[in-house]
Ligand binder design. Structure first.
Ligand code: MN
Length: 257
């Protein structure tokens, strides 16, 4: 069993250190992670400049790029001849629930894993009173152990969030919905130019069936994700549009000629 570990808080974060240490009991661990914090970089791939990978110690590699870059370089270059059986991302400092997953570098690393055909799991830790990366790392390793006990489908993508306190149980949940009250702070710099700072604490729709609801109830939330963003209901509701678009094509003088 070979496990690739990455994150978006950077290779020096406590969450990745403790996670890698716990996972090392289950198999060979290779860490390929950003050399600095890359939170909220989403599923971003660096194409405009070369990337550097620095070996810090046996099995630990720092990359001057995003979490997606790290997974990409690891799978397609560093571990090309010895591919990992699983990719584990985290443990993130802070939850990644609901709409967060579209911003999250932690979760996006698992999107990249899934695209490259490696089952992937993301772990994030709620940060408030009573939180412990040590406890989360132990539980994460236990969860990974359970997952790998059976053959894992290549398209497996799990998003796991730990509550701050001692967890009361494990709940399978769906993605929650953010209530958008986030604000932008507008100020003026010493040279008289405006600058902006995205601020505010996200709020959430109350719903016990969601990942956010599960963590609110003190439970570990596990949300299976997939990368097919198709709106299947939309395929029906927008179906009638095809005819109208056909009509547009018919009235196009260029086509009539
Ligand atoms: Mn982060």
């Amino acid at each position: 069993m070979r496990i690739l570990v990455t994150n978006d808080d950077g290779i020096y974060s406590e969450g990745i250190r403790l996670l890698a240490a716990e996972l090392a009991r289950l198999g060979e661990v290779v860490v390929v992670a950003p050399d600095r914090e890359q939170s909220a970089t989403g599923h971003s791939l660096t194409l405009s400049r070369p990337l550097r990978m620095q070996r810090l110690e046996e099995g630990w590699y720092a990359v001057d790029g995003t979490p997606t870059d790290c997974v990409n370089l690891a799978i397609l270059s560093l571990l090309r001849d010895t591919p990992p059986d699983l990719i584990v991302s985290g443990i993130n400092f802070g939850l990644n629930v609901g709409d967060d997953v579209t911003y999250s570098g932690t979760v996006s690393a698992t999107f990249e894993g899934a695209i490259l055909g490696v089952p992937s799991i993301a772990f994030s830790q709620e940060v408030s009173e009573g939180f412990s990366f040590a406890r989360a790392a132990r539980l994460a390793a236990r969860l990974v152990q359970e997952v790998i006990a059976e053959p894992i489908p290549r398209d497996t993508l799990l998003n796991v969030n730990f509550p701050a306190g001692e967890p009361r149980g494990v709940v399978f949940s769906r993605l929650g919905k953010r209530v958008y009250r986030q604000s932008v702070i507008e100020k003026v710099d010493p040279r008289g130019r405006k600058y902006y700072w995205i601020a505010g604490t996200p709020e959430w729709q109350e719903d016990p069936g969601t990942d956010h609801g599960a963590v609110q109830n003190g439970c570990i939330s596990v949300t299976p994700l997939h990368l097919d963003l198709t709106d299947y209901r939309g395929l029906e509701t927008w179906g009638g549009f095809a005819g109208r678009i056909d009509g547009i094509l018919g009235s196009d003088p260029a086509r009539a000629r």
